[in-house]
Design a protein around this ligand. Structure first.
Ligand SMILES: C[S@@+](CC[C@H](N)C(=O)[O-])C[C@H]1O[C@@H](n2cnc3c(N)ncnc32)[C@H](O)[C@@H]1O
Length: 409
């Protein structure tokens, strides 16, 4: 996940209407307001308007149980026994992903690390994508076109991204036309396909599951052949940061082709909230938008990213309403998680946007939350706005837990 970090491009965006005054501090243009000047009503606001909790739906959990068991779904006691057995492997992966130690080579090709990944990373990554989908569809008021979905999951690993999208489709009674799984580890693809075929409700998948191994890259998906009677969803979960310069440039060019496709296209990206990864993805976002794709989350505008020129970086947060079984696993591996952070981005082309039922409404997204100088339990929300400006809302301090970066207002 934190392998070769995606290298930030040296090229800066040339979007015509680049906003000025990009730093939160510079844009705010005034000092913190003393606490006695803040309206009491706002200081004591109880309504959790920034709170967002990743739901955990049943189909995603059923797929996960199948993946763990490779046969009949395991019960909780068996899963807990697995967590005790692989506690050290879980910790080892954790050290790798947080940059404390190199990751074991091809870790997901080894059964002990594959199980450890499933026990400690699959569901949380799935929840991260659920939060992105929820913010997109509920808070941003968007909808998937009423068409069958052709889903492509690149660097799919254990299929956390694919199963989250499938879970969402099932909840909306949409069909899965085809599923493409891409990963360099062939045995893993076979395991994911087998588990999905057992767990998917009958009638959900109309066509086939296709497995693509290492030589396959996003650019190999020929955009001219995308069926306009299907929605094409491309997911990249903790995969983009592993691209080298050449693959990254190909990816930007390919996104330009997707932008011009007659078929509706949605690209979903979830990655680390590490500073370097985030900055790489912010640069990537500017290039992709210049190439014609519309950034539909988190950005409420198509201007150049106003955080690029600052020391700050853009990422999302959410509370995680983790399933009881994950809570037990986390206790065993001594890694309790209730909050999640991630880079998350969604891009759509014009064809996808033509299928929207509701007109876009002016919105802003929380991108920062410095502590209030005068009340340390309160934070000052900083928003990225529709006009491409960053604005610090000095008068709207909120209690700390309520302020979730990436929430849409
Ligand atoms: C950190 S895992 C992410 C798995 C999953 N997408 C998720 O979000 O949980 C990265 C995956 O990318 C795969 N991968 C890395 N480089 C690849 C490449 N060049 N081609 C295909 N897959 C690759 C790895 O095998 C691994 O399964």
């Amino acid at each position: 996940m934190n392998g070769n970090l995606m290298k930030p491009s040296s090229k800066k965006t040339t979007a015509k209407n680049s906003p000025k005054g990009s730093s939160p501090q510079a844009s705010a243009g005034r000092k913190n307001t003393p606490k006695d000047r803040l309206p009491k009503r706002l200081l004591e606001e109880k309504k959790p308007s920034f709170r967002s909790i990743g739901p955990s739906k049943t189909l995603g959990l059923a797929i996960w149980r199948q993946l763990l068991s490779l046969g009949a779904a395991l019960d909780d006691a068996a899963i807990i026994a697995l967590a005790h057995k692989h506690k050290n492997h879980c910790m080892r992966l954790w050290e790798g992903f947080t940059g404390h130690k190199a990751l074991p080579r091809d870790y997901l090709s080894r059964s002990e690390y594959r199980l450890a990944y499933l026990l400690s990373f699959h569901l949380i990554n799935s929840a991260r994508l659920e939060v992105l989908l929820r913010r997109l569809m509920s808070e941003r008021r968007m909808n998937l076109p009423d068409l069958p979905v052709n889903l492509w999951d690149f660097g799919c690993g254990s299929g956390a991204m694919a199963s989250t999208v499938i879970d969402y489709l099932a909840s909306k009674r949409l069909k899965l036309a085809e599923l493409h799984l891409g990963d360099s580890i062939a045995s893993l693809l076979a395991q994911v396909e087998k588990s999905l075929l057992v767990a998917l409700p009958k009638g959900l998948l109309l066509g086939k599951i296709h497995r693509h191994t290492s030589t396959f890259a996003p650019g190999d998906v020929r955009t001219a052949q995308l069926d306009p009677e299907q929605t094409h969803i491309f997911t990249f979960g903790y995969h983009l940061n592993e691209l080298d310069e050449v693959a990254r440039a190909n990816m930007v060019a390919w996104m330009g082709k997707l932008a011009r496709s007659r078929a509706p296209v949605l690209v979903l990206i979830v990655d680390s909230s590490d500073e370097q990864v985030c900055k790489g993805l912010m640069d990537f976002r500017d290039e992709v938008v210049e190439n014609g794709m519309k950034a539909i989350y988190p950005c409420p505008h198509d201007y150049a990213c106003p955080l690029v020129a600052t020391n700050d970086w853009c990422y999302s947060e959410s509370l995680w309403n983790l399933p009881a079984i994950q809570q037990k696993i986390d206790e065993i591996i001594q890694h309790p998680r209730r909050t999640m952070t991630m880079s998350s981005y969604a891009y759509a082309n014009q064809s996808f946007l033509r299928h929207q039922r509701l007109p876009a409404k002016p919105q802003k997204v929380l991108v920062g939350k410095p502590l209030d100088k005068f009340r340390k339990d309160m934070q000052i929300p900083v928003y990225c706005q529709e006009d491409g400006e960053i604005k610090k809302e000095l008068d709207l301090a909120v209690p700390r837990l309520q302020a979730m970066r990436g929430s849409v207002k």
